[in-house]
Ligand binder design. Structure first.
Ligand code: COA
Length: 179
């Protein structure tokens, strides 16, 4: 199996709807909403795919004033807990950073331990307490934010005298090793 992260094409939409319904059985997006996300967000909608088979997807808004929202992240149930959610988040965050996004926001169900753990491990922090009825009666959410402004700074210049072996950089030169 060779999975890769790519931008979906129109023919992926039925598989994307199927994946979304598997990942969010209680409240899947109607097909038309996914269609609109596809049309609106273009390369801020990424899928993790092996050919036509989709195992995960993530959607972020276009940045506005340097701020982007993650709208959804879903992994096929039989592939959860294998690092794929983290992989998709890392890829999207790297992309947002390259677009000079300085803040990323998202919402998460307080009972969704795995998702909360993932976001915390990626550096997201809660904004305030649980926001009661955020998505309607009984639909409480934690709002979380990640400050990318540090990592959008250019990598520090290496003094000419510093031996190159001592220079540490991640994939894009930022301080966070995971994107
Ligand atoms: C939430 C979800 C996106 C996470 O993706 P995943 O591929 O399953 O998660 P990963 O394997 O990448 O693990 C992510 C983190 O969660 C932690 N984690 C894994 N299983 C866990 C569990 N059962 N309970 C708590 N934390 C757990 C891991 O420690 C990991 O963090 P680390 O890599 O820093 O150690 C995925 O499980 C999913 O699609 N769930 C259903 C839909 C959903 O709830 N989406 C999120 C909406 S906000």
């Amino acid at each position: 199996m060779s999975m890769r992260i790519r931008i979906p094409v129109e023919n992926d939409l039925p598989a994307l709807a199927h994946l979304d319904a598997e990942a969010f059985p209680a409240e899947p997006y109607p097909f038309y909403v996914l269609r609109q996300f596809f049309d609106l967000y273009h390369d801020h909608l990424l899928v993790l795919a092996d050919g036509d088979t989709l195992y995960g997807y993530i959607i972020a808004t276009w940045p506005r004033n340097g701020v982007s929202w993650i709208l959804s992240l879903g992994i096929a149930p039989d592939r959860q807990g294998q690092g794929l959610g983290r992989l998709l988040m890392a890829e999207l965050l790297m992309q947002l950073r390259s677009e000079r996004v300085h803040k990323v926001h998202l919402t998460v169900d307080p009972d969704n331990d795995r998702a909360v753990a993932l976001y915390r491990h990626l550096g997201f922090t809660p904004i305030g307490d649980v926001h009661k009825d955020y998505f309607g009666p009984g639909e409480h959410r934690i709002l979380m934010t990640l400050d990318l402004s540090d990592s959008t700074a250019p990598p520090p210049k290496t003094p000419p005298s510093a031996p190159s072996a001592t220079v540490k950089s991640g994939r894009t030169g930022g301080p966070r090793p995971f994107w």
